[in-house]
Design a protein around this ligand. Structure first.
Ligand code: SR1
Ligand code: MG
Length: 418
């Protein structure tokens, strides 16, 4: 079927023509269809049978332009092909953390998935101060499973290179290269600033040549390091969660890139939530420490559980296959040292990427509601500047960090509420 952009009016008829949908819907006569997409790129519809509300799906369709900007910014709708393949790949390693797919069409650039609306987007729920006791466990599993099994530590050399080819994602990588690693650090027409953010604060980032060199190093890593198949946009808006379950959605930015980009994305977003709650917790009528403490503990356990799970997979694979990617004499004797070095490099990469993901959300086009929705613009500017200064230190000094707890210490040091 040739591509056409679906709408609330045309979805019922479209779904009725798909045999797989007959397993979900007993009737197509009374469907409640709402557009619920709050992302920057695509359209997402929630489709429910009014008579039997447990019969429901989410339909996501890519359009041939960037939604946040409009039709004036073309973007190949074929990005959905990458998203579908990445969802299928992730479901091989941790099906419990990705949405079940009922149907997909590369021609129509769409995917029909399990309705996860009862879970809610993590970012919105964290803005409201909700706790997710299993988040660190679930996301560390998702990351360890996916990153390990799509890296050279696990895959055969040919399979790995074929995967690199399969996931070449030129246009969406270019969005990241521009909007995460370039525009926020220059005077660019796409940047959007809080009017209360001081010019001197903006300049402290955009005119610091040391910082720009550090960001450029992270950009080079992003562009050249084919370490594993990464999600590519793992912020808290790409996660649907309840207290019990966690689902990672929206992997349209997936490609074979540096593992630290995914770890950094989630760490950076949790840090921004932490800074935002310096303002938000008192507003919610709560004492300011408990929730923020939980956020920092989540960062710490996400990292340490990731390391444990990743190393466990690596050691088991080594023991069972006897195959090392650094297959040379006495390689086995140095296995432990190699793992330590690999993990330290990964920590420092993650810190550098987290910093870029934080600073771009303050100076660049795409914001995070945690901070950007703070209505008191002076308070927002104060939180924004904390985010910028912590980001600056993280990226420029990333090679000095030896553990995740040093990142936590830094975040606390810059908070006004200790
Ligand atoms: C210009 S598109 C802005 C952002 O939306 C996506 O979620 C990615 O983070 C992208 O950089
Ligand atoms: Mg997205």
């Amino acid at each position: 079927m040739a591509y056409r952009q679906l709408s609330i009016e045309s979805i019922a008829e479209y779904l009725q023509g798909i045999p797989e949908m007959k397993k979900v819907f007993s009737s197509f006569n009374e469907l409640d269809i709402r557009e619920i997409g709050d992302g920057n790129l695509n359209y997402v519809y929630l489709v429910k049978n009014k008579e039997k509300p447990n019969e429901s799906v989410a339909l996501k369709q890519a359009v041939p332009f960037l939604r946040i900007v409009g039709e004036s910014w073309p973007l190949p709708k074929e990005r959905m092909t990458i998203e579908i393949k990445a969802l299928l790949k992730a479901s091989e390693w941790c099906p419990q953390n990705v949405p079940e797919i009922f149907f997909y069409s590369h021609e129509m650039s769409l995917v029909v998935m399990k309705d996860l609306s009862s879970h809610g987007v993590l970012r919105g729920q964290m803005i409201e101060g909700m706790y997710f006791p299993k988040l660190a466990d679930h996301i560390s599993t998702y990351l360890a499973q996916n990153l390990f099994h799509t890296s050279d530590l696990f895959l055969d050399h040919r399979e790995k290179k074929e995967m690199v080819r399969e996931f070449i994602n030129i246009d969406l990588c270019k969005i990241t290269e521009d909007f995460v690693f370039t525009h926020p650090y220059e005077q660019n027409e796409t940047n959007v600033y809080n009017p209360e953010l001081k010019e001197s604060d903006i300049k402290s980032i955009q005119e610091d040549s040391n910082l720009k060199i550090s960001v450029a190093e992270m950009k080079k890593k992003f562009m050249t390091e084919a370490q594993a198949l990464i999600h590519g946009d793992l912020h808290t808006g790409s996660i649907m969660a309840s207290e019990e379950e966690t689902f990672v959605i929206d992997p349209e930015f997936a490609f074979v890139g540096p593992m630290g980009f995914d770890l950094g994305a989630i760490i950076g977003n949790l840090l921004m939530s932490y800074f935002s709650h310096e303002y938000r917790q008192p507003l919610l009528g709560r004492e300011p420490y408990q929730y923020r403490k939980w956020l920092l503990e989540t960062i710490e356990s996400l990292w340490s559980e990731f390391v444990n799970k990743f190393e466990h997979l690596w050691i088991n694979h080594q023991n069972s296959s006897g195959d090392l990617y650094w297959d040379y004499d006495s390689g086995v004797e140095h296995f432990k040292n190699q793992r330590e070095k690999y993990i330290l490099d990964l920590l420092q990469d993650s810190i550098g990427f987290a910093a870029c993901k934080m600073m771009r959300r303050i100076l660049g086009l795409a914001k995070v509601a945690d901070i950007a929705d703070i209505t008191d613009l002076k308070e927002r500017a104060r939180i924004e500047n904390i985010t910028l200064q912590v980001g600056k230190k993280m990226v420029t000094e990333r090679k000095k960090f030896r553990s995740i707890s040093e990142v936590i210490d830094l975040a606390q040091e810059f908070s006004t509420l200790k």
